[in-house]
Design a protein. Structure first.
Length: 191
């Protein structure tokens, strides 16, 4: 008589496999694409005419297909972009070529000297590298964040990131809004 080969109960093996797969799915991180976190403005009412913005209140930044900058019509450098943007927003010497300034009452801040409808206009060439696009975005955003931190320290004694009062945070963001306008990429040519 032949011997029967013992069989292994495989019912519990399937349960263990399922648990292991579930464990690895829950504990592993899955890389996802990251973007630039920015809140988009609400759509404009088609019945309301957009306000006119004076040319002096527009800080123009162009990036060509060779990743070279043209800032306010002059060749620019990434290392100076942040300081130029901050100077544009603050206009400390009341330069007629920089943003128009006004005194504005903002709750929780009082009377504050702010840029009147200042906008950063960013335009990229279709051939601009993504790395350069991100570097320019980072410099412009850093300029706004530094201005917000400076105002927060001046008014509340701490940087914006350390504020816990929502009214104070909103007041700082009202005084220095993120106003970066991006045009659709096109061939802006060499510089």
């Amino acid at each position: 008589m032949s011997k029967k080969t013992p069989q292994i109960n495989s019912g519990s093996m399937a349960d263990i496999s399922f648990l292991l797969i579930s464990f690895f799915l829950l504990t592993s991180s899955i890389n996802t694409d990251m973007g630039i976190s920015r809140k988009l403005p609400p759509p404009l009412d088609p019945n309301v005419k957009p306000p006119e913005i004076k040319q002096r209140n527009v800080f123009t930044v162009l990036v060509n297909q060779s990743d070279r900058l043209l800032v306010e019509g002059k060749p620019g450098d990434l290392s100076t972009l942040k300081s130029l943007a901050k100077e544009f927003y603050t206009n400390p010497s009341d330069n007629p070529d920089l943003a128009e300034m006004e005194m504005k009452f903002i709750p929780n801040l009082g009377d504050v000297r702010v840029a009147k409808s200042a906008v950063i206009s960013l335009k990229n060439d279709r051939g601009t590298s993504y790395e350069m696009y991100l570097k320019v975005q980072n410099e412009l955003t850093a300029a706004i964040n530094e201005l917000r931190d400076e105002l927060s320290v001046q008014k509340f004694g701490v940087k914006l990131s350390l504020l816990t009062n929502e009214d104070q945070i909103n007041a700082i963001k009202t005084a220095i809004p993120v106003s970066i306008s991006e045009a659709e990429p096109e061939n802006v040519g060499g510089q």
